[in-house]
Write a protein that binds this ligand. Sequence first.
Ligand SMILES: C[S@@+](CC[C@H](N)C(=O)[O-])C[C@H]1O[C@@H](n2cnc3c(N)ncnc32)[C@H](O)[C@@H]1O
Length: 269
Amino acid sequence: MLNDSYRMTGFKSAIERVVRPGARVLELGGGTGVMSFFASRHASKVWCVERNPEIAGAAKRILSLNPGFEKIEVVEADASEYLPPEPVDVLICEMLHVGMHREKQIEVISSFKKRYIERFKTSLPLFLPEAAFLAAQPVQQSFDFSGYYAPIILFQDPYCEKKETIGLGDPFVYQMVQYNENLPEHFSWDGIVSISASGVLNALRFITKNILAVLVSENSTIDWHNQYMVVPLPAPINVKKDDKIHIIFSYKPGAQLEALVKSIIAIRQ
Ligand SMILES: C[S@@+](CC[C@H](N)C(=O)[O-])C[C@H]1O[C@@H](n2cnc3c(N)ncnc32)[C@H](O)[C@@H]1O
């Protein structure tokens, strides 16, 4: 994660823009501690909450090698239960996987919001990320691995087009997540997709664009994409331009990938 330059520069610039001098910051799921370190450059206090004792220990050790560590308190706790001792200005939470699978970002933030309002009776902090767009795209994917055909889930670098993946239609947004609003307990799509190029539709490519910060004065946002995920369809469909395909899928945020895979249906209209 520390080696992922897009992730690091995106979060660093968003944190620098959002965390004002003297701010109090809470990070849920602190991992390496790097986001708390970025926050500590301007913040007066940062609580960095990490559930895994080994990771929390490593974060403490690494943070102590960097300037500003005295402002950061690494707390070994479950983010679904922890609240800071006082209200905070910014909440950083990056328990993110493409499509919001596997990691409990939504569950943890929903629980935090409820408990925070009950305890502090004040407005919620700024969320970083602020929002996310979840999209899927019909694609033709090569599942040939040196002559071995294996239709399996694949992950891709989002910042580098792959010749093995051919887009057969535009990505469609199936869910928008705004962390300061009510958060969805279920994601689903049931709709018709237009095909824009002929080929073999054999997979859906899942795209998750995180809006790390909204820069109102500049009319822009700081964004970061999770890895793309290509999920094979139950059966390939030969398609041509202007064909309409009925696509259905659903899963719960934080669920394992099997739930999505089992739910996918694709039928020519
Ligand atoms: C994707 S990592 C991100 C870490 C951090 N943003 C970084 O850059 O190093 C998510 C972290 O959240 C932690 N985590 C997951 N669930 C948690 C929970 N319920 N409470 C506290 N930490 C949790 C994991 O152990 C992991 O270190």
